[in-house]
Ligand binder design. Structure first.
Ligand code: TRP
Length: 339
């Protein structure tokens, strides 16, 4: 694709190296990011510095960072077209996060619901990093002056904080430096639920492996898990509104809709009145068709860490060029001497 007819707006997004990437990560994030590559200059980041806001086993963190990068690549992120790297390789993320920690107000961070959820009752024992997490996220985005940020619903508040930080920075220093940041909330099945319990998010930490489709599952495993997925005893309805109190049915239909790239209405139209058995067969065929190549590539990449590392190294070098420029300008604006 020629870069000349690309909109020069920049997209940035990040994913934590949580390990055990699954269908929820793929449909909720990676797949949407892949599509954006056609229209924008995209920078995608494995946010390992965000991961350590809660303790990570160092050996596992290294592997999980590679695994997350492998998931980006397997999903179809083109490392020549886009920039793919891990956050800690570009020190300017931390530097700008400090500047932003001085711009953001305690009152703003005190309102962050994700901190409250993650810290729980044990706030006194939460890391300072977990509290400051959104200032690092703002730094990720604004370091590249990205104006579009694809995220899930749960990150909207952090993006609003990013906007507040950009505005206050511009205001405090009397500059028009950081752009306005727009959230891009994506896709149908942005919330993929557990295959065993339609009220719980699909999660890598669910003790039952049957609750999720891993991005390393082979075709047989995908088929087995869909077959065993929880359903109810009603036939499929002819409209999505009727799925309100049927979380498992809604989840499977949402997954179908997302994989097939059609609306929930359309899926209901196709399967109205049928039982789950024929629907599951269709879903299995679709899932294997769409996910099979992704999970096979994922398995292949996991066996080639040297290749993944080389992609991250190259991505970091390209990200650094932009990041160094921004940080030099920010230091000048703030009045930090660089004789
Ligand atoms: N906080 C995001 C999440 O947990 C990950 C993230 C870090 C991010 N930095 C970002 C997302 C910048 C978008 C832009 O999902």
């Amino acid at each position: 694709m020629g870069t000349e007819n690309k909109v020069r707006e920049r997209v940035f997004s990040g994913a934590q190296p949580t390990g055990n990437m699954h269908l929820g990560n793929y449909l909720g994030a990676f797949r949407n990011w892949v599509k954006l590559q056609d229209s924008f200059e995209c920078i995608y980041c494995v946010v390992d510095l965000h991961a350590i806001t809660v303790f990570q086993d160092p050996k596992e963190l290294v592997d999980q960072t590679r695994e997350a990068a492998a998931a980006f690549l397997a999903a179809g992120i083109d490392p020549k077209e886009s920039i793919l790297f891990n956050q800690s390789q570009v020190p300017q993320h931390s530097e700008l996060a400090w500047i932003f920690a001085c711009v953001a107000r305690m009152g703003w961070l005190n309102r962050m619901t994700q901190f409250k959820d993650k810290a729980g009752k044990n706030r006194e024992k939460a890391s300072v990093g977990l509290y400051a997490y959104p200032t690092l996220m703002a730094a990720d985005i604004l370091l590249y002056k990205a104006s579009r940020v694809p995220v899930g619903e749960d990150q909207k508040q952090h993006l609003e904080l990013t906007q507040d930080i950009a505005r206050k920075f511009n205001n405090d220093f009397g500059v028009d430096y950081f752009p306005n940041v727009e959230p891009v909330i994506t896709g149908n099945a942005t919330r993929v639920m557990s295959l065993r319990d339609g009220t719980k998010k699909m999660s890598k930490s669910d003790p039952s492996d049957f609750s999720r489709i891993n991005l390393t599952d082979d075709r047989e495993a995908i088929a087995r898990k869909i077959k065993k997925a929880k359903t109810d005893s009603e036939p499929l309805p002819d409209n999505p509104q009727a799925l309100k109190n049927r979380p498992e049915a809604l989840n499977l239909i949402s997954i179908y809709s997302s994989l097939a790239d059609v609306s929930l209405d359309e899926v209901c139209g196709r399967f109205a009145g049928l039982g789950f058995s024929p629907f599951k067969e269709a879903l299995t065929e679709l899932a294997i068709d769409r996910l099979g190549p992704v999970t096979e590539e994922m398995v292949r990449l996991k066996q080639d860490p040297g290749y993944v590392d080389s992609i991250l190294r190259d991505g970091a070098a390209r990200a650094s060029e932009i990041a160094e420029r921004t940080m030099a300008e920010v230091m000048e604006i703030v009045g930090l001497l660089r004789p």
